[in-house]
Design a protein around this ligand. Structure first.
Ligand SMILES: C[S@@+](CC[C@H](N)C(=O)[O-])C[C@H]1O[C@@H](n2cnc3c(N)ncnc32)[C@H](O)[C@@H]1O
Length: 220
């Protein structure tokens, strides 16, 4: 195994930024095709944000910008997206997507979410398949600290199903191995978010192997 190889790896009990950077550097060229199966879930997550034209949304760990088109459809020309992404190769594809569609109003921040310099308050935040980020209190606090009180927050991603649903967990495990840097918290990926969003509701889907958590940021 080369020092660069993303799998197999030690299972750390916290997100490993360097590992995640290498993981997505390698995966960037095939990422959009791999995510095709999950597109209905993306639309459900974006619908759950209840966006209005003119809103401003933080797309946390925006990757290649797969959420931009459905977000822009709902936000219109007056709205805005702030995409935060630490992996340069993923972000290059997001930039290319913006150029191709000629969108205005999308700001990209190349940084770990924990350190992203957000300047304006947003009306909503989307964490779509961002397990590493959801397991970082500093990242969550940076995003929530830049939301308007009453902002909606939606977090989707892999989650361990019930132990008896072992085929589902086999899928979760194999998908997690090449998409997250830690399995910590995979039983309740949204648990850190729940500390800040008292009304957080969690809906399991995909036979319990994926969850969608929806809540409202009450303000500091
Ligand atoms: C599974 S992808 C999801 C991308 C996008 N949200 C989507 O729905 O397609 C996870 C993304 O989170 C990014 N990421 C992981 N940890 C991060 C961190 N601490 N700060 C910023 N981006 C991070 C990865 O580089 C990767 O692009």
């Amino acid at each position: 195994m080369s020092a660069q190889s993303p799998v197999p790896r030690p299972l750390t009990d916290h997100p490993d930024r360097q590992f995640a950077l290498r993981q997505y550097e390698r995966r960037s060229s095939v990422y959009d095709a791999e995510l095709a199966w999950f597109e209905p879930l993306r639309i459900a997550a974006i619908d759950a944000l209840l966006l209005q034209p003119g809103c401003r949304v933080i797309d946390v760990g925006c990757g290649t910008g797969l959420s931009f088109a459905p977000l822009m459809e709902r936000l219109g020309n007056e709205g805005g997206i702030v995409g935060i992404e630490q992996c340069p190769q993923m972000l290059d594809l997001a930039r290319e997507r913006i150029r191709r569609y000629g969108w205005h109003g999308i700001e990209l921040i190349e940084a770990p979410v924990e350190q992203a310099r957000l300047t304006e308050l947003a009306d909503a935040a989307l964490f779509h398949f961002t397990h590493d980020i959801l397991r970082s209190t500093a990242a969550i606090e940076n995003v929530l600290g830049h939301l308007q009180p009453g902002a909606r927050v939606v977090a989707t991603g892999l989650q361990w199903a019930s132990p008896w649903a072992w085929p589902v967990n086999l899928f979760v495990w194999s998908a997690a191995l090449h998409s997250v840097s830690t399995l910590e918290g995979l039983d309740h990926p949204w648990s850190l978010l729940a500390r800040y969003l008292p009304d957080l509701r969690v809906r399991p889907t995909w036979l319990g192997g994926v969850s969608m958590a929806t809540g409202v940021w009450p303000g500091a």
